[in-house]
Write a protein that binds this ligand. Structure first.
Ligand code: HEC
Ligand code: HEC
Ligand code: HEC
Length: 193
């Protein structure tokens, strides 16, 4: 662990909540504002609004915000002689049926979603001042990996995120009235849907 304590902070609140522009080229391509955050008196609506305007810009709820970090590459910009794509969740999302790309599904398209829609579900938070109807958007960012932390609550959230999420479309044709998936010779028990 580097000696500088700020190295252990990770992605702090002020990072996402201070991004004013996010670009799609990845590797952390965003503009961040270091302007002070006005702390509101909750009883004064104008102050709450000023606070909100500073910490919840239009960029906050965009896929571009998430994608500015969750698309990575090694290229000449960082001393690599060639361009290598790294992990690219923004690309995977944009070319998926969830991101509105048609042709990815054989059956009916799934309900479109967003990064937030899948990774920031509503979570009970009755005491949070920002709660609406007793909930806020979860900040666990449950994804795929248990190794990032030993927190049981986080592991539960990741398992819940992974449960029941895979959908595989298999084309089924008919030969002599029998359903067949194209690459098998024998009839199969597959049915549409
Ligand atoms: C400033 C860069 C940055 C931004 C912006 C950002 N992330 Fe992340 N995200 C990270 C890093 C770094 C990690 C790994 C954290 C760790 O190692 O503990 C991470 C972890 C995650 C994980 C867990 C991945 C896993 O392996 O299980 C998910 C899911 C996730 N982010 C989703 C999002 C979503 C959704 C957004 C937008 C609302 C977002 N992130 C915005 C940097 C970012
Ligand atoms: C339809 C739901 C859905 C949407 C929309 C979605 N994700 Fe995910 N995401 C998942 C699931 C399920 C996993 C775990 C399975 C996997 O890794 O493929 C995951 C895994 C991840 C991971 C961890 C794996 C990795 O590649 O490091 C990150 C980070 C992540 N998503 C970020 C994002 C970002 C950023 C967006 C928007 C650009 C997004 N996701 C949109 C469902 C979704
Ligand atoms: C990785 C990016 C990211 C980080 C880090 C982050 N937030 Fe957020 N936050 C978001 C996004 C995106 C939303 C909007 C969620 C929505 O509306 O679906 C949000 C929403 C909120 C809200 C409004 C509640 C709601 O239901 O929308 C509050 C309050 C908040 N964040 C506080 C915090 C605090 C406090 C921290 C640090 C402990 C923090 N955030 C760290 C991305 C982030």
């Amino acid at each position: 662990m580097p000696a500088d304590a700020t190295a252990a902070v990770g992605i702090p609140c002020r990072l996402c909540h201070g991004v004013t522009e996010a670009r799609s080229d990845g590797n952390g391509s965003y503009t961040w504002s270091a302007a002070p955050i006005p702390l509101p008196d909750p009883a004064v609506p104008a102050q709450v609004e000023a606070h909100r305007a500073r910490v919840a810009t239009d960029v906050l709820r965009s896929a571009a915000l998430c994608g500015s970090c969750h698309r990575s590459f090694a290229g000449p910009e960082i001393g690599s002689p060639h361009h290598f794509n790294g992990i690219d969740d923004l690309g995977a999302f944009g070319t998926s049926a969830f991101g509105g790309a048609g042709g990815e599904s054989l059956d009916d398209d799934p309900t479109p979603s967003t990064c937030r829609g899948c990774h920031m579900p509503r979570a009970a938070a009755s005491h949070d001042m920002a709660a609406e109807d007793g909930s806020i958007a979860s900040h666990r960012f449950a994804g795929a990996h248990l190794g990032l932390t030993t927190s049981q609550a986080q592991h539960d959230a990741v398992r819940a995120r992974l449960a029941d999420t895979v959908r595989i479309d298999i084309p089924v044709g008919t030969v002599d009235g029998q359903p067949r998936i194209p690459w098998t010779a024998r009839p199969c028990a597959a049915a549409r849907g």
